[in-house]
Design a protein around this ligand. Structure first.
Ligand SMILES: Cc1cc2nc3c(=O)[nH]c(=O)nc-3n(C[C@H](O)[C@H](O)[C@H](O)COP(=O)(O)OP(=O)(O)OC[C@H]3O[C@@H](n4cnc5c(N)ncnc54)[C@H](O)[C@@H]3O)c2cc1C
Length: 454
């Protein structure tokens, strides 16, 4: 009997993890990486799983979203997390790594694996054999063109423009209230939008704060592309363009009436539901490049958001990603091709650890498919399950990338008010659900090798 073989495209965080998961389940992997023949705008070495910016993989504690995600990956036998644990540096509550040692560990492990064949080549077409595409936020243009042909013109994006997201329970009502403009509701709630009203004085102080805010400097390759900004203006740039620009733009109050006064407010910030569970709301039209601590300070000036709990802050950068809610199943399989998977930041999961999670899960599911088992879906109580559920079930029209956060998890029953206690309970529930799920689906029983020891 011939051994099944697959192609993994991209040896970043997701592709390296996917290749490891497949190879450890007895599958021959052809791993394609275009570096060093061709570099992205951000990578600088020929190493696998290069960390292109910060050397931190986020919080360690499991009562932090990123810590929980790492613990889930650890339990699922992740190579990337084993490498991070083996090359960790002193960094307080964060898991920071020696950048070079981390990539060396992963590169060596993949080179040494008898089931992995490495090809230092750019892939310029979608392979016909079983494949995982994990080419990341800076996918090479030739392959991006092919993905766009496959996905359809409107479903591959080159930039993200993220508006902040807050938890529903941290929005104060009143002064905020539910209503859609001109009461044009979907009929599914008592008002699709949450509106935060500003009087003239509050509006002017808010615009002034936006104008003076400290911004993140764009990288050269982002500055070179003007389409980036003109397509989707950051809120602080709009504020610079004129004192009234926001009041006639995303903060226009037309079609709205403040129930406390019976009148239209001077300006409003509208919040739109962001997940099916209705626990998260995004600030509509508030994509921004303001530095994160400044964002919290300024957006908490909005009446009703004084104590907002931000699960995502705004940002804008070059980022190739597909419209996963339209194109992928929750197993990370392409909707119209069982043996084609996408993983990593290209599916809309943000950050090193979120990308690793996609690689692990796609690898695990492709291995199952090749063995004749059904691909699995992770329980939504787990951070990984909640993240993949989000990216495959978000509203396609407004889809933007997402990072792990507790707001994605189904609420606890009964509800827990204190944040610290709530997060601890989410984590305990996630890990016990994950353990049971792994047992039920015999997840680690087909592993034939484990991460190298140092
Ligand atoms: C400038 C920048 C800064 C960032 N800073 C951070 C940060 O500080 N913290 C954080 O958590 N996240 C950060 N990110 C996001 C981070 O890049 C991703 O979270 C993570 O690297 C994504 O993993 P990935 O495997 O999906 O993609 P990558 O790690 O980018 O891996 C994709 C791989 O595919 C290869 N490739 C691309 N096209 C082809 C092709 N056609 N054929 C063959 N190989 C190909 C690339 O060379 C690359 O090695 C940053 C991203 C950018 C662009």
């Amino acid at each position: 009997m011939t051994q099944p073989h697959v192609t993994v495209v991209g040896a970043g965080l997701a592709g390296s993890e996917a290749a490891w998961q497949l190879a450890n389940r007895g599958i021959t992997v052809h791993l394609f990486e275009m570096r060093p023949k061709k570099f992205t705008e951000a990578h600088q070495t020929d190493k696998f799983a290069e960390l292109v910016c910060s050397n931190s993989l986020g919080a360690r504690a499991i009562d932090r979203a990123m810590g929980l995600l790492k613990e889930e990956l650890r339990r699922l036998g992740s190579l990337i997390i084993a490498a991070a644990d083996a090359t960790a540096l002193p960094a307080g509550g964060a898991l920071a790594v020696g950048r070079a040692e981390f990539s060396d560990y992963i590169t060596e492990a993949l080179h040494r694996h008898p089931n992995i064949l490495i090809h230092r080549e750019e892939v310029t077409d979608i392979p016909a054999e079983p494949t995982i595409i994990a080419t990341g936020p800076l996918t090479s243009p030739a392959l991006a063109d092919r993905i766009r042909e496959l996905a359809g013109q409107d479903y591959l994006y080159f930039y993200d423009a993220l508006a902040p997201i807050v938890t529903l329970e941290s929005i104060k009502m009143p002064p905020c209230w539910r209503q859609s403009r001109y009461d044009r509701d979907s009929g599914e709630s008592e008002g699709d939008y949450i509106n935060c009203p500003l009087n003239e004085e509050e509006y002017r102080a808010f615009v002034q704060a936006l104008r003076e805010a400290d911004r993140i400097q764009l990288r050269q390759f982002e500055r070179d592309d003007e389409r980036f900004f003109e397509a989707c203006l950051p809120v602080e740039v709009l504020a610079q363009r004129g004192e009234e620009a926001l009041a006639f733009g995303p903060m226009r109050p037309v079609g709205l009436r403040d129930p406390r006064t019976g009148r239209r407010p001077f300006a409003v910030v509208q919040l739109r539901q962001d997940n099916l569970a209705g626990t998260l709301y995004n600030l509509v039209g508030f994509q921004t490049n303001i530095r994160w601590p400044e964002q919290k300070r300024i957006f908490r000036m909005i009446p009703g958001l004084e104590e907002a709990e931000f699960v995502r802050l705004g940002q804008m950068h070059r980022n190739t990603f597909i419209n996963s809610p339209m194109l992928l199943r929750p197993t990370l399989q392409w909707r119209h091709r069982d043996d084609l998977f996408f993983a990593g930041q290209i599916i809309g999961t943000e950050g090193y650890v979120g990308s690793t999670a996609g690689g692990l899960f796609a690898g695990l599911n492709l291995a199952r498919l090749l063995r004749g088992d059904e691909p699995v879906v992770l329980p939504r109580e787990t951070m990984m399950g909640a993240l993949f559920w989000y990216v495959t079930h978000a509203e396609p029209k407004d889809f933007q990338p997402m990072k792990a956060n507790f707001g994605l998890l189904p609420p606890l029953q009964p509800r827990v008010r204190r944040k610290r206690e709530r997060y601890q309970k989410y984590a305990t529930r996630a890990l016990s659900v994950l353990d049971a799920w792994m047992k039920e689906h015999h997840i680690l029983e087909d592993i034939v090798a484990s991460p190298p020891s140092r």
